[in-house]
Write a protein that binds this ligand. Sequence first.
Ligand SMILES: Cc1ncc(C[n+]2csc(CCOP(=O)(O)OP(=O)(O)O)c2C)c(N)n1
Ligand SMILES: [Mg+2]
Length: 680
Amino acid sequence: MALRSFMTFPTPPEHLHHRNLRTADLDDIEAALLVCYGWMDLSCTTDNRILELFRQGRIKGTVTGGQGNESLAASVGLLLDKSIDVVSWTHRALCGHLLWSGHLGEHLCQYLANSGSPTKGREGNVHHGDPSNRSYPMISHLGAMLSNVVGGTDSQRRKGHPAIGVTFFGDGGSSTGDIHETLNLASVLNLPVVFIIENNKYAYSTPTKEQYAGESLVTRAAGYDMEGIEIDACDTEQTLRMVAGAFDKVRATRRPILIEAHTLRLRGHAAYDTCDYLPEGLLENWLDADGLPRLRERLLAAGHEKRLKAIEDSNKSFLEETLAVAFQHPGITPDDFATDVFASSRLEVDWQPPAPPEKLTMAQALQRAHLKIMTERPESLVMGQDIADYGGPFKVTEDLLEKFGRSRVLNTPLAESAMVGYATGLALNGHRPIVEFQFADFATEATTQILLNAGTYHFRSGAKVPLVLRFPCGGGLTFGSFHSQDLEAIYLHTPGLKLLYPSTPQDGYNAMFAAFEDDNPVLIFEHKRLYRLLKEDVAFDPDYRSVWHPRMVRVGSHGTIVSYGEMMHLAAEAADYLATEYEYTFDVIDLRALAPLDLEPVRASVARTHRLCVIHEGRLTCGFGAELVARITGEMFHELDAAPLRIASLDSPVPFAPELEAVYRPSRERVIEALINWFE
Ligand SMILES: Cc1ncc(C[n+]2csc(CCOP(=O)(O)OP(=O)(O)O)c2C)c(N)n1
Ligand SMILES: [Mg+2]
């Protein structure tokens, strides 16, 4: 976490200088417990103060306290190796954040959403982390962080560190698909991650009996071929010892472990929770079982009264003094938030001198680009379903396994969400994954990871996510409803993703380099019909970044046709036909990049032709054309001679039979007819 504050926070009391415990330290268990107590008390006192400030209206948002969960968060936080390990804390683990890095004051500024906030006031309360120090910030979507930690841990291991990862989920989160996908992935890939279930018996108001069948969650470990461990996380000594044992084991064996920690949620789900659903007497039982007072009693009985008092007093005054400084920070100014949606940097690569051109299809050109990237950039790796031995259904990753080995060419289980989350974790730590979706349609399984997690990462935390996501898309091959869609509009609607949609083998080749070097998630839409439709000379083009900008495919004077992907070829054919048969000539513009969108050539063209037509395969309603037409019409209304024309697929699912699919998608005939009608 980069310190944003120009103010100086108070020096922490002596006891908070201990941020680490190792297994050997537990030999002197009382000393270890005293260290633990210091952090647990600070965390609980801070959580209580935050709650108070929320009730006074001085802190906004959702305040989800970690009261009752301190033994677990402190044990994990103290026992992890902060110089190499990877973690993602939940909304019950302020203690973990405090222990991992940064000053209490920065964490408080995060809650106050002021100019000292590490997320620049962009993310709520405990949704921060410290990605540059491998603490991956949570998003709200439960279960989403697990795969990021798996990726980060793998990245650390690939770099030669004996790291482990720790990631948490609740009894409620245990029901999500992401949890299953990620536990399975970590086990299949043999990655040293400790999955910890914070089982506090409730998910908001839902008790465990309505969440899962059976008595426990730990038994699920067997289903993933993992060891499962149960911990009473109200017993701090047991928690310290069992967590230490699990960490040592995972560090040595590299096998993942599942821990079910029985813990507590003493202040309800969040500050606004009425808790009226709790059976009578339960809260009292919880308060009796709470680990923090129990630990206090134990240490008191061992004669540490003075020490405890000193810890508590110094924590209290440290908190108040720090809070006073945190409050002095000015509010946040809306300076750079729009520009921070994307990272502005890229990897500077000195690509090797070009080889002679080869006549290649798009699929072959993409394969050659993979070869070059994998050969020249060791941080690259390729993953997807059936991409290794089989080379992928379209053979784009053919021969890669043989050349680069299984550690860099990975078959993933059928789990798109975990796969993207895993790739995101790798990317956050300096690797540069290239992910193939078997068909673009299946990327809907990973929408949270793509749109909400990877796409917003830089904005939320300043971290870079250099990911290439390859989307074999589009119809015309009678693959039916779920293998033929063209859903680029979905990915254009949310911020933070770049999107390339090449239409030629050379542009496909260029797109790979442009996407690979970019420090943002880049989606490459690859129309499946184009994979083998045409061949052309392809060579390394030092000007490969031109693919981010439109290309003039035809020049004319009666109208401007904007298109991309396979439809670009249809647009050019229709333009040629009309030029010959009707003497209508058109500018045809191949956009190539849909995000970011360079509209300058479109504006210049429309200023000459005074007509705009857009052709795409995505469906009409809320399709890309709607956006393009709205923008150009908004800017150039008075220069247009006619209403803009949108030619797109019908607003229906993609039908299977060739006769039906031909009607569903724009065809050469439909395009020609629509253009003629536009003029007549
Ligand atoms: C996928 C998803 N669905 C719904 C929510 C709304 N929500 C936030 S926290 C929560 C309960 C979480 O319960 P649990 O996983 O047991 O964690 P706890 O809050 O008890 O620590 C719910 C339903 C969410 N954040 N994510
Ligand atoms: Mg819960």
